[in-house]
Design a protein around this ligand. Sequence first.
Ligand SMILES: [Zn+2]
Length: 511
Amino acid sequence: MCLIVFKLYKPAVNIHEQLLLTEPMRHYYAQTMRTLITCLFLLAFVPVALPQAYDLVIESGRVMDPESGLDAMRNIGVRGNKIAHIALEQLTGKRVIDAHGLIVAPGFIDLHQHGQDLDSQRVKALDGVTSALEMEIGKPDVASFLKAKENKSLINYGSTASHVAARALVLGAPISKDAILPKSGAATNEPASAEQLRRIEDRLRSELDSGALGIGMGIQYTPGATRLEVIDIFRLAAERRLPVYTHVRSAGRVEPGSSIEAVGEVIAGAAISGASLHIVHINSSCGKDALECMAMIAGARARGLDVTTEAYPYEAGMTYINSALFDAGWQQKFNMDYHDLMLPETGERLTKERFEELHSSNQAQLVITFSNTMQVVDSLIPNPLVMIASDGDKGHPRNAGTYSRILARYVRQQGTITLLDALRKMTLMPAQMLERSTPAARFKGRMQEGADADITIFDLNSVGDRSTYQDPMQPSVGVQYLIVGGTVLVDGGKLVSNTYPGRALVVPMAR
Ligand SMILES: [Zn+2]
């Protein structure tokens, strides 16, 4: 329009000539003049180089994308919540981050995060994590979880539908919305009747309708669930074309009830139903038999089953001491004793008396379980089928340190995983797992044009965990910048306050 006005105005005329114009012509030129002034005014507000004006530019970093194999110096242009451009040439933006000498990677995705509180999210962000989801067990009420997190979350979140919670609800011992596991009792240890099983499935269907990303089954926490109940829940997941995430029925070498039997049970569930299966924390569920469990998973995959797994890089686990996991026989089963249990707050090692007091209590007390060796864990983590997930919650160093520990221990110190492979385990593989539930995950875990701008920028020379069993919430170091959906959340190694860019990952309604 402005160009047309320029053309129209061209024949007109200096101020003297205007005096000779007729009234309608004078009116016409005055009108044209006004439009021209408006156009010039508007043009003054258009940036000179509009196509290059990104909201954020990350300059001169070593950009790594595990899917395409990109590992080179590039400049990144972020517009809104998306990676708009990845280029060799210089880009201009409203804010420019100098990433010279730093790794620019997709934000880490943690499929197994119980601590969804802000304190936990702060240490996750400083550990490089941009998405942390409760997939193992699932929140007991997905709709209220999602609502409570809306615009109040530092990083992205999501949940499975909880079989444990649905079962506890139907069997008369509902879990409060802040907890995830029930106390050991009739609701966990008795079989469900056919009618109860129907109601458990109804509850799970309604949780899936609320946006849950699959079904979470903590089978070890519901020993009363029969083999048939497990298969029926797998069938329900398959009917909705969603995966089952599971903490398998048992651990240890004692038969019946070994970890080998437990892994076999869920692989059979996947084979019978057709549901995808993700076995959580293979390091703690299989302990010293972890490598054999990996061989079982590899075998199932070779036969065409969709079975995946994850591990965290610590020798100790952590769980609730009043749960069914510590019902009679646990010492023989896990080859552990009272002194292998430690209270995270005080470092107190348990005795028989103290154990019995805490196991029978209604109080949900966490306990650290020294159940594995670093030798087993170190041989497990580099396996190409193992993705990294933290099983994080307050009280265990894995909450704050898992991802930096992978980079420090396995990439930098031991050299048993390449940097690109470590990133694959922490970004692309979990994103691909989530793609089984939601197409939104196709834009996660990638440094590609069009992907979500969830980006971790760290110094490979200094990145490392600082959390310990004595000081579990000590944040990691080395993550210089963290970008969540285009918003800078960690800036120069420090958290930005009052910024809540985290968004929900959910199953689309229409599915
Ligand atoms: Zn677990």
